[in-house]
Structure formats: structure tokens, C-alpha cells
Design a protein around this ligand. Structure first.
Ligand code: SAH
Ligand code: SF4
Length: 357
């Protein structure tokens, strides 16, 4: 990506190999790549001035041609309760995205966005109400992580694509960002601790399996009957549950990995015994864990399942051999659910996403 404001090359978009080509084209020696990677990802420099392993003239040349930052921090909100910190960033074209740090015991999860808005229109989701505006570049995905690393109380243990957007509709940039984040000469983040979360783009799940991408996969299931799922998640019209589950089974058998199912519990809508039975049926012999999340919503049509019922639901699954946990949404009081900070700031109606590239 060329940044509009500065007309410079945005090096967070570049893999190590691309940085290597880029600097060689500028006449620099190949071994400089390692120094530059160190500067970007270990020192977390915001420009090349502090990269003292390079001569002043090389630093000046890089500063002239390339940039390492395109975000402006618009808002940061931290919960006094549990430390959850939510960031609203303005991108170089003025569009806004959000990212969240969640502290939970020893876990420090960075929740990142993959798109500005989302085309998929899930009824309970604030991001869905924005419509789709654009895909994030891989550098914009990486920049969220670097900036949050500077602010976090402790190092991140997990990175999840559970902010704005549908990562599997921006597959190329998302996968590239995952590789950049896990580059051993950069941040070296553990690959299996990076989780891509999808609402169920079934063909892309199959593609991920075929690519043998070494990252983790979560599927936002949220409903186990086709009709109900279509009402809550219109994506099911294109990629019905049956096709989705088939492709997940393919993914699991091809990769040997287990998947995570995210299941938002909505009072009286998807939390009955019948729902639980069907969830058990769908996940029969499927290596998985199930995260139950009482819906975090200000919309009275989607009230959260009360905690005692959520616990009943989890126990019911558990007794039938499923690994299920109730995850109370952190940061309720700062509206940490997907898209909510943005929604509070402004509502935009976007165009429809046409998919990856
Ligand atoms: N588009 C992807 C990833 C971003 S959404 C996906 O749908 O998986 C990340 C998660 O936020 C999803 O699991 C989604 O179900 C959840 N989510 C959205 N709105 C929510 C709400 N109001 N309460 C609780 N979780 C919500
Ligand atoms: Fe998009 Fe995920 Fe929100 Fe659905 S839940 S609208 S897929 S971001």
C-alpha cells in the first residue's frame, strides 16, 4: 500500500522477503534486512531515525521513501474493573477501526480488526450495522498489534481476529499479516496462538485447510438450525450450515487441528434444550471446544441468556462429552463487543463486500 498522506511505502505491509528486495533495489546490502526487522518489530520504531545500526544517510533515505505508521489514536478507553482496553484508530484515509486488549487470568488477548465494517449483517452485531467499507491491508492489521504491544500491561499471549470484519473475506491480507506477526525475525508470535474467527465462509474454510495455514480457526456458529441461523446470520443463505459443517470436518481431518465454536447465547432464541441437543449432534465426533458467550447487546431483541441458564447450557454440553466454557464478555461497561465503540462514534452505511480481491 502507498500511504495517501505521505506517498511513502508502508513497510508493515511487507514480508521479510519483500523488505529484502526493497532495500536491495535501493542499493542496500541484504544483511540490513535483519537490522531493519529488528528496528521495526523488536525496537518498535515509529520511523527509521532511531535505527542506529544504519548510517545516518541510509536512515534518511528510508525515512524519505518509507513509513512505519499510518494510524492516529482517536480514543482509548480502559475499564477500571478488569483492565480491558479498547482503541479506536483513524486510518490514513480517515476511516476508523477498533482493537481491544482483554486480560483474563494469565491470558492477554489482542482482539484485532480485519476490515472496516462488515458486509455480513449479523443481526446482533454492531459492526454489521456499518456495512462494509473496505479491507484492511496486512500492514494495517500488523500496526494494530504493534501499537497495542506498546500499551499493554503484559505481553500478548493470544491474537484473535474478533474485532471488526470478516477475516475470510480478506483472506490474502489476513494470512500475510499472520505470517508477518509470526516471523521468527520479527515479533515471532506463536502461530497457533493466532486465531482467525469466521462467521462461516465455508469455501474459505476449505481453502484454509488446503493451504495448511498453521493458525487456529474459530467459527461463530450462534445458531444450529438453518432457518434460525439465516435470520440471525444472513451469511447462512449463501453458505448453509450443512455445507459449513462439512467443510469444518474437512478442515479438521486435513489439518489434524481442533476448532473452536463461538456460540452467543441469546435469551429465549438459541438457548433451549433443543438447541443444545442439536449443537451436540452437529459436533458429533468433531474435535472442538465450544465457547458460550452471553450476548452483549443494547438491542432489546437480543437479550443475553441469564448466567444461571448459560451455566446450565454449558453443563448440559459437558455431560454429553463436549468441552464447553461460558465466557463472560469482558469490558461490558466499556462496550467491548465487536464494533460497539465505533458504533458509538458514528454510524456509516457502506457498500457490499465483493469478497477477497
Ligand atoms: N466476522 C468474524 C469475526 C469478527 S466478529 C466472525 O463473525 O466470527 C467476532 C465475534 O464477535 C464473533 O464470534 C461474533 O459472533 C461476536 N459478536 C458479535 N456481536 C456480538 C454481541 N453483540 N455479543 C457477543 N458477541 C458478539
Ligand atoms: Fe461481520 Fe462477524 Fe459482525 Fe457478523 S459477527 S456482522 S460476520 S463482524
Amino acid at each position: 500500500m502507498q500511504t495517501d498522506n505521505l506517498n511513502k511505502n508502508y513497510l508493515l505491509d511487507y514480508s521479510r522477503e519483500e523488505i529484502n528486495h526493497y532495500i536491495q533495489d535501493m542499493g542496500m546490502a541484504s544483511y540490513r534486512t535483519r537490522q531493519i526487522m529488528q528496528g521495526i518489530y523488536i525496537q518498535k520504531l515509529s520511523d527509521f531515525t532511531g535505527l542506529t545500526t544504519l548510517s545516518k544517510s541510509l536512515r534518511d533515505t528510508l525515512n524519505e521513501k518509507a513509513t512505519l505508521r499510518t494510524f492516529k489514536a482517536i480514543k482509548t478507553i480502559k475499564s477500571d474493573n478488569d483492565g480491558t482496553t479498547k482503541f479506536l484508530w483513524s486510518l490514513n484515509d480517515g476511516l476508523k477501526i477498533e482493537s481491544v486488549i482483554i486480560y483474563e487470568g494469565d491470558r492477554v488477548t489482542f482482539c484485532i480488526s480485519s476490515q472496516v465494517g462488515c458486509a455480513l449483517d449479523c443481526q446482533f452485531c454492531s459492526t454489521g450495522k456499518m456495512g462494509f467499507l473496505r479491507n484492511l491491508s496486512s500492514g494495517e492489521i500488523v500496526e494494530q498489534v504493534i501499537l497495542m504491544m506498546e500499551q499493554a500491561e503484559r505481553p500478548a499471549t493470544n491474537i484473535v481476529y474478533m474485532g471488526m470484519g470478516e477475516p475470510l473475506l480478506n483472506l490474502k491480507n489476513v494470512i500475510k499479516a499472520c505470517y508477518i506477526l509470526s516471523d521468527p525475525e520479527g515479533l515471532a508470535f506463536s502461530r497457533k496462538k493466532i486465531t482467525i474467527s469466521t462467521s462461516g465462509i465455508a469455501p474459505a474454510v476449505r481453502k484454509l485447510a488446503d493451504m495448511d495455514a498453521p493458525f487456529s480457526l474459530a467459527i461463530s456458529l450462534n445458531a444450529v438450525f438453518e432457518e434460525k441461523r439465516r435470520l440471525l446470520m444472513p451469511v447462512s443463505e449463501n453458505f448453509p450450515l450443512e455445507m459449513l459443517i462439512d467443510n469444518i470436518r474437512y478442515y479438521v481431518s486435513k489439518t489434524g487441528k481442533r476448532v473452536t465454536f463461538e456460540y452467543i447465547l441469546i435469551d429465549g432464541i438459541n438457548d433451549s434444550k433443543k438447541d443444545a441437543d442439536q449443537l451436540i449432534k452437529l459436533t458429533n465426533k468433531l474435535p472442538c471446544k465450544i465457547n458460550l458467550i452471553p450476548c452483549n447487546s443494547t438491542d432489546p431483541r437480543y437479550p443475553p441468556t441469564p448466567n444461571d441458564r448459560a451455566k446450565w447450557f454449558a453443563d448440559y454440553l459437558h455431560q454429553r462429552g463436549r468441552t464447553a466454557t461460558v465466557r463472560l464478555r469482558k469490558g461490558w461497561e466499556i462496550q467491548a463487543a465487536c464494533g460497539q465503540l465505533y458504533a458509538e462514534n458514528e454510524i456509516k452505511i457502506g457498500r457490499k463486500n465483493t469478497g477477497d480481491d
